[in-house]
Design a protein around this ligand. Structure first.
Ligand code: SME
Length: 163
């Protein structure tokens, strides 16, 4: 596996996702451990796009518990249905929040987060086993392009880890 990423400069988000997809696949080649691959996933997204916070929470009993991430320290536990993460878990769907202050119950781990996208990570039965949370310091930073690309990237992670 190559130990460095080739991140296009002066490219659109769509172009960056396209160029990075084969690199994400290569990153998981020969490795199926979920935490290891999730850690590299978070690093790839963080370093490619410069988002404020990128990380995973795993479903453990009744809570989401903090997993691999890149960014400032964050809250460690989120109950089902609470915040954006707990709502994505409860609804088993991606949630895009253009303005975190307008989302009732948003959990503010950092005052610098202005917009957010949270995607469920699922097992083969379709049950949520965790979430990917990405926070941006820019308002309204996540479009359909991000949602679609990140959903396909989470599918790549799930398949690489046989969850
Ligand atoms: N904002 C999230 C909490 C996690 S942090 O942003 C890292 C939420 O409302 O669920």
């Amino acid at each position: 596996m190559s130990q460095s990423l080739h991140i296009p400069v002066h490219a659109s988000r769509q172009e960056i996702y396209s160029k990075l997809t084969p690199q994400l696949v290569a990153l998981f080649n020969g490795e199926s451990n979920l935490n290891a691959n999730a850690a590299n996933f978070a690093a790839l997204v963080s370093h490619s796009f410069g988002f404020h916070w990128v990380g995973f929470y795993w479903v453990i009993d009744a809570d989401l518990v903090l997993g691999p991430f890149q960014g400032p320290i964050a809250c460690t536990r989120i109950a089902k249905g609470k915040g954006v993460c707990g709502t994505a878990w409860l609804k088993n769907e991606t949630i895009v929040v253009p303005d975190v202050e307008a989302f009732p119950g948003h959990i503010a781990c950092s005052p610098l987060s202005k917009s957010e996208i949270v995607l469920p990570v699922r097992n083969r039965a379709g049950e949520v086993i965790g979430v990917l949370d990405i926070d941006s310091s820019n308002a309204n930073d996540f479009s359909n392009v991000d949602q679609s690309a990140l959903e396909s990237w989470v599918r790549i992670l799930e398949e690489a880890c046989h969850v």
